[in-house]
Write a new protein. Structure first.
Length: 79
């Protein structure tokens, strides 16, 4: 208890409603030309984790990746 007899505030925990897969899918949908590094940064995950998630999304048919010059571009398949 604090000096004024109120209980101390519980430490806050960070949590999210969406999985990292859902978060990346939404980010790709907003910016299909984004670099993987930028997607990872926005999702607050490592680039390696983002790469694995994008691979999962591709294998499941949610995303198609195409090479445009030296960069990748993504297309989301909402169906």
């Amino acid at each position: 208890m604090q000096d004024d007899d109120r209980p101390a505030a519980a430490p806050t925990r960070s949590w999210t409603l969406l999985t990292n897969h859902a978060r990346l899918l939404l980010l790709i949908g907003r910016n299909p030309d984004a670099r993987l590094r930028d997607l990872a940064e926005q999702a607050k995950i490592t680039e390696r984790a983002a790469q694995a998630i994008v691979r999962d999304l591709e294998e499941a048919g949610y995303v198609t990746r195409s090479r445009v010059g030296r960069r990748n571009t993504y297309e989301v398949h909402p169906e």
